[in-house]
Write a protein that binds this ligand. Sequence first.
Ligand code: SF4
Length: 86
Amino acid sequence: MPETSRVTSTIAAIPYRCAAHGNCAAVDEELFPLDEDGFTAIDERGRQVPPEKMDAARQAVAACPMLALYFVEDSSERAAGTANDK
Ligand code: SF4
């Protein structure tokens, strides 16, 4: 492949929106662990999504009724795109 994409998939959550429905963990409990009270253990710092888990990540984001989950753009990609900002 001549061109490499640096897009890294990271999933993050807005913890106060989480209402412990558990839909995300039902899709993939390894990718979307819950704490002991059933709330998502993911926060704004996010976690990397392995390429093979991308479908599960998309499903879980769509399955969250509280819109607590979201994808984060890779910062190196954004930095490259804004290199001329002053
Ligand atoms: S599906 Fe949404 S509301 Fe339910 S546990 Fe996961 S993040 Fe929280």
